[in-house]
Design a protein around this ligand. Sequence first.
Ligand code: UDP
Length: 328
Amino acid sequence: MILITGGAGYIGSHTVINLLNNNYEVVIFDNLSTGHIETVNMLKSIGDIKFEQGDLFNIKDLENLFSKYDIEAVIHFAAFSLVEESCINPQKYYINNVIGTLNLLNTMLKYNVKKIVFSSTCATYGVPKTLPIDENHPQNPINPYGNTKLTVEGILKDYDKAYELKSIILRYFNVAGCDHLTRIGEWHIPETHLIPNILKSVTEKDKVFKIFGTDYDTKDGTCIRDYVNVEDLAEAHRLAFEYLNKKNKSDIFNIGTEKGNTVKEIFDICKKITNTNIKVEETQRRAGDPPILYANAKKAKEILGWTPKKTLYDSIKTAFEWQRKLTD
Ligand code: UDP
């Protein structure tokens, strides 16, 4: 059985569907602080999943989980992931992302579970020195969120050396879209991400989309990001787990499309797909945002056999269908 922490959240829940489609047994562990019980219920209607509501800070919850199920590996999503919030409240991020993960790792060791796929991020690279960013690019995060993920990467390296706990670290770039059948999707409260925020300005009356910063050193002055489809990202997690199972070897992979798009380009695609003249306001930069991030993901292609299959257009189309469903 594979343990999915944060399986009620956006990326975790899509990974659960991928694993179910590939006949894996999964148990979700989630405190529902940002994930949704409706998502869990939908997953339950899709396949035979187990769900345990619990907290990474409650060692008893973790012990119950590991003693109840025969867990062979962990895919660890549970974390806070908002760059700006992490700048305002770093304590929340260090406690949750670092201490919570340490509790998980220590319980894994206690129960002799020695395989983990870990959600890391391109935010660990900071402001890129070279583009596209490959896995050997220096890591100098410019926000606390990136620092917490880099800290866990360091812990994983040390735990491998000392305890032979093997990890695949996936450093992903931005994520977009949803399940192609729109059963689940991106559902953050409050929503801070670019694509859902643009689309909410279509589905919610009076919501004006704000561009954070138009004075970056990019072709149109807005930030460039690499948007990978969430179903493609889910597939990367399955392939990473299978690689880990087969090779029992730690490794690190970037997961991205290798293409960068500016905020304004994303906005224009959203206008086209929604056929709406979306209201927009140009405002100042948001704290913690690097100007340009896009991946060199050749290593994931060569070693994991992972290739992104969906286009940005696919992602925005499903994201729009999902937004409409959310506001219905
Ligand atoms: N962004 C924006 N308006 C929004 C949300 C985001 O202009 O309402 C910009 C943000 O400043 C960044 C990019 O869109 O340059 C992607 O932000 P998002 O929060 O989606 O992901 P992040 O890169 O922070 O993980």
